[in-house]
Ligand binder design. Structure first.
Ligand SMILES: [Zn+2]
Length: 292
């Protein structure tokens, strides 16, 4: 190819595909598989409430420049991503296109409600969307992301498959390590603010006896808080596993009344300082719970 032809070719032929993802954990998985072959644009920050990301204009620009979009789904992004997609006016990031992946379709959702009164503001109408916090699901998600990337960029198929194999081996070792550490905690009763850890709890047999919010997304009333105090006194849970983005005011009130411990549990990469990878995230969660 001579220089003149090279100059005439559109720039896009040389640019890396730009994959937009809604949350940092998805970005980390894409990076495991694609490494430097693709550009990754993460829309939400890891320390934000994943249900309520502020739909800033800068996010519209990011979506406009993307070649594909991977989202968590299960209504986790319902409050912020659909309007951004509409305003980005980029057909590549539209639902039901081959360059769009909804991860919630790849896993078994739990806590699917029989009926939902949306007027109450329940933010889990399709079931609990925090499935990535079961570390076993991470492998399922990695496989579907690999299939998706191969479909977008068939040229690097072998490279993506090799990275998936390496990641799977590494992750399987982690799963064994975490399972061993968590064995002693089977049946441990806990409280949460929001039910972020439903899948983590299920994976390791922790029993979440109540949430400080009466329904997902609904702030606690004083009546509900009084019910929690008597529940803590009768059921004697070990701790409150609290997310990093809701105020711990009510949890501290419960601690004052019942002496229950509060443990901050990050839900994504960078939710707390030092949580820089998926391994860090689960190492941290497992360590905090094992130390209770
Ligand atoms: Zn939620």
């Amino acid at each position: 190819m001579n220089k003149l032809i090279l100059l005439l070719l559109p720039l896009s032929l040389f640019a890396k595909l730009n994959i937009a993802v809604s949350y940092p954990y998805i970005g980390a998985l894409v990076e495991e598989i694609a490494q430097d072959k693709l550009k990754i644009t993460v829309l939400a920050k890891g320390n934000w409430d994943p249900h309520f990301v502020v739909p800033k204009p800068s996010l519209i620009v990011k979506l406009r420049r993307s070649d594909a979009l991977i989202m968590n789904g299960g209504q986790l992004e319902i409050g912020w991503l659909p309007p951004l997609i509409r305003r980005a006016a980029n057909s590549k990031v539209h639902v039901n296109t081959s360059s769009f992946l909804n991860l919630s379709h790849q896993v078994q959702m739990i806590q699917i409600p029989v009926s939902v009164d949306r007027s109450l503001g329940d933010v889990h109408p399709d079931g609990n969307p925090h499935f990535h916090l079961d570390p076993n699901n991470i492998l399922v998600l990695a496989k579907s992301i690999t299939r998706f990337l191969i479909q977008l960029d068939a040229e690097n198929k072998t490279f993506y498959e090799k990275n998936l194999n390496e990641f799977t081996q590494r992750w399987n070792n982690n799963l064994l390590r975490w399972k061993t550490k968590m064995q002693a905690k089977k049946g441990m009763k806990i409280l949460q603010f929001h039910d972020n850890l439903a899948y983590f709890n299920k994976a390791y047999g922790l029993e979440s006896i109540a949430t400080i919010e009466p329904l997902p997304g609904i702030p606690p009333s004083s009546k509900h808080v009084f019910k929690l105090i008597s529940l803590i006194e009768s059921e004697k849970p070990q701790c409150i596993l609290h997310d990093v983005y809701h105020s711990t005011k009510t949890a501290k009130y419960l601690k004052n009344k019942t002496n229950i411990k509060i443990i901050l549990m990050p839900h994504d990469i960078n939710a707390l300082d030092g949580i820089e990878s998926l391994e860090n995230l689960f190492d941290y969660l497992v360590k905090e719970v094992s130390n209770v």
